[in-house]
Design a protein around this ligand. Structure first.
Ligand SMILES: Cc1cc2nc3c(=O)[nH]c(=O)nc-3n(C[C@H](O)[C@H](O)[C@H](O)COP(=O)(O)O)c2cc1C
Ligand SMILES: CC(C)CC(=O)C(=O)O
Length: 371
């Protein structure tokens, strides 16, 4: 439950996306904060996602003529005004009473692609009616595969234009911060799009059985499910949560059209590599055959530029706009997108890039010698 109503105006001291978390913190109780602002276990991967961006240095390019520049791009035949998409985030009513409907309004106002979670706290059809921005549906395949296909059909019918299958979280990570706070979904907030799903019968664990291998993972999706989804939908198929060249190649073989290089914002397996460090070899291996996106740790327009320079076609942001949502509702989300987009354009101008096509690995300065 929110402690205070969301602000109806942008706080005066917010000049950058990273200024929002303290404003979000005072508006949320410990329960919601533990879910929104945490990572798995010791949170090393979460921290490293941002720290790895901070370690990279850019190379300026002066006196370039960038008049008439823009940030437009095409992904899967869809036009985007800029390469900053809103990552799927579950249960957004934890952050704001209007939840995903508020986020969708901001996406509409700022022309930002939005990816809606299977675990959204508003109905996917209702969200689709709130925005003209490109909408993608994030799928967590459910134990009942027929129910999963019903979800896909609902998304198609509601106008979602791509299917983002999250493959890195078949079970939740070790969320110690949530455990310490006793995190629970408050009454009235839940995965409304999963209502009516047949229950999966489950006997108590017998001695010697594992809760992971003999229960939770028995219904987890495999590559066979990806191949089945590929033949079941005409929507572009994107696998979210790829961190190795091997899995990126396997995604291509399974018929995926794109991947998101991601460690789920450090919320699944702690001590995984940072997403930006994982990106370059993957982009080199499959970037000419798959649309490569990335997320994790983006808080600045320069982070977006670095990700594009290292091979991503576009990026997704998660917590950055979620803090804006908690602090100031749709206005806060819109403000964060605007800040990042403005910062990206400034960074492009100062590195001599007129369009996204001008962004290349040359924009990264060589690592300084430390001897
Ligand atoms: C509170 C929260 C809920 C999330 N829920 C989902 C989800 O339902 N599905 C999913 O694929 N990823 C989910 N993610 C991961 C994001 O899509 C994204 O990968 C991550 O937040 C990117 O890192 P960043 O927060 O540093 O930008 C969630 C992230 C957060 C912070
Ligand atoms: C149930 C969780 C795995 C949902 C999620 O994606 C997240 O909280 O990061």
């Amino acid at each position: 439950m929110n402690l205070l109503p969301p602000l109806s105006a942008i706080p005066r001291d917010v000049a950058a996306a990273a200024d929002y978390p303290p404003h979000a913190r005072v508006r949320l109780d410990d329960n919601a904060w533990a879910y929104i602002s945490s990572g798995a276990a010791d949170e090393l991967t979460w921290q490293d996602n941002a720290a790895a961006f901070d370690r990279l240095r850019l190379q300026s390019r002066v006196l370039a003529d960038v008049r008439g520049g823009h940030t437009r791009l095409e992904l899967f035949g869809q036009t985007f005004a800029h390469p900053i998409l809103l990552a799927p985030v579950a249960y957004q009513k934890l952050a704001h009473p209007d939840g995903e409907l508020a986020t969708a309004q901001a996406a509409d106002a700022l022309d930002a692609g939005m990816v809606v979670s299977t675990l959204a706290s508003c109905r996917i059809e209702h969200i689709a009616r709130q925005t003209r921005a490109p909408l993608w549906f994030q799928l967590y395949p459910q134990p009942d595969r027929a129910f999963t296909m019903d979800l896909v059909r609902r998304a198609e019918a509601a106008g979602y234009q791509a299917l983002v299958v999250t493959v890195d979280a078949p079970i939740a990570g070790v969320r110690n911060r949530e455990q310490r706070a006793g995190f629970h979904l408050p009454a009235g907030i839940g995965a409304v799009n999963l209502q009516g799903m047949p229950a999966t019968p489950s006997a108590p664990l017998a001695p010697g059985e594992s809760a992971v291998f003999d229960r939770l993972m028995t219904h987890a999706p495999t590559w066979n499910d990806i191949e089945a989804l590929r033949s079941a939908t005409r929507l572009p198929l994107i696998l979210k949560g790829i961190l190795s060249v091997q899995d990126a190649r396997r995604a291509l073989e399974a018929g995926a059209d794109g991947i998101v290089v991601s460690n789920h914002g450090g919320r699944t397996l702690d001590t995984l590599a940072s997403a930006i460090d994982a990106l370059p070899p993957i982009a080199d291996a499959v970037g000419d055959r798959l649309v490569v996106l990335m997320d994790g740790g983006i808080r600045r327009g320069t982070d977006v530029l670095k990700a594009l320079a290292l091979g991503a076609r576009a990026v997704m942001i998660g917590r950055a706009w979620l803090y804006g949502l908690a602090a100031a509702g749709p206005l806060g989300v819109a403000h964060v997108i605007r800040l990042l987009r403005d910062e990206l354009e400034i960074a492009m101008a100062l590195t001599g890039c007129r369009t996204l096509a001008d962004i290349s690995r040359d924009l990264l300065a060589p690592a300084p010698r430390r001897d």
